[in-house]
Design a protein around this ligand. Sequence first.
Ligand code: ADP
Ligand code: MG
Length: 450
Amino acid sequence: MSESAPSSVTRLVRSVRFRITLAATIAFGLAFVLVAFGLVRSVKSTVEDRIRSDGNHAVRDVAARLEAGESPEALRLPARPPVALVVMGPDGEVVFTSPGYYGGDLPAGDLPERATVVRQTTSYGERLIFYRHVAAPGGRYTVAVASPLDSVRRSVDALSSVLWVGTPMLVALVGMLAWVLVGRALRPVEAIRAEVDEITHTTMHRRVPVPGSGDEVARLASTMNDMLDRLERASDRQRQFVSDASHELRSPVTTIRTDVEVALTHPEGTDWSQVAERVLGEAGRLGHLVDDLLELARIDEGRARRVVEVDLDEVVLSETSRLNAGVTVVTEGVSAGRVLGDVQQLTHAVRNILDNAARHAASAVTVTLGRFEDSVVLTIDDDGPGVPHEDRERVFERFTRLDEARDRRRGGAGLGLALVRRAVISHGGTVEISDSPSGGARVVIRLPAV
Ligand SMILES: Nc1ncnc2c1ncn2[C@@H]1O[C@H](COP(=O)(O)OP(=O)(O)O)[C@@H](O)[C@H]1O
Ligand SMILES: [Mg+2]
């Protein structure tokens, strides 16, 4: 049998259902056999004890009466319990027998002086002789009771035959019960397995059946469904992202193509340097977009980060110095702030925020940086229109632009703040947008200080 395809017997033997059933049956069988043995022993000793106590009692009773002077000929015995009792005179002659006594019940051979009971084997089985030698006023007597032990054997035999038949039946019943119950408990597992088997990236909406039992299997099923929820959401986000990115990449390509096509249709009337400039502009946007996408992918991968001590004030000052003229940049509030991180990612994040601020500012961008307790806090204010309350979370999502028409030419594809947030979070920090005192937007970044 090859290892990859176990036979149906092997599969059955390895199944949880079979193993639990087997274990339960064996355990029950062993326990029941032990109980049966105990039962037989206790029945045997109970019946024997009763015989002994009846025999001893009758012998003691009659002996006491003879010692008290009662004549053996006048003895009367209680009808219950019936005992086979004989009284013999000094020479062994029988002077009294209980009703139903017959000669074969006579104790064979001598009865020792010391003992009060002997075990004898006769032609019809084992028996016990209880006896006592009595020195009575009328002479020396021997009182003896003969008790056959076959009633003990009969009781034991009856019980044993019931047990011999009953035990295998009970064990089989327990085995069947275990088989059925375990099978029922495990049925949802097979249903879950079959459903999971069918789920691929194109059928991510499917969920495994959750049994109403509230047991471990039900918990496993709902945990699996939670996982499928998360995977489906991630897959949806991924799909959405790819479609958004394709869409963003398509528009500059289309613009370039249309421009060039129109120019080629009327080559003589075309200002080629103007066409070249526009193509260059669109190519620049394309390059920018691709850079941003790559950067996002890199941050998402979460590796290849060169973590060093970074002087954030140096990063901020060098980035503000490359902002285009037209807005005043105030950097008086920038003091030292050192963090642990990736210079490239941090520089990129600062640049994205400064670009946004400069683009939206009416006249001035104000930057402050300082260390507060365990954090380095960077604030970038502008005096532009600000970001409306309801959009302050949304602008951090990918491809979100608030003013499509106006920003398309000047701004990016709406990836800037998404990148900022990814970078800041991967550095263990936070970023949020609020109001600047001048009425514009204020972006605050907090990073753990070194
Ligand atoms: N300082 C700001 N003032 C006003 N709106 C802003 C500011 N910064 C960002 N926004 C808004 O948030 C949107 C997303 O910003 P961002 O992710 O950098 O994308 P992009 O700059 O490519 O448009 C911008 O389109 C803009 O509408
Ligand atoms: Mg931007």
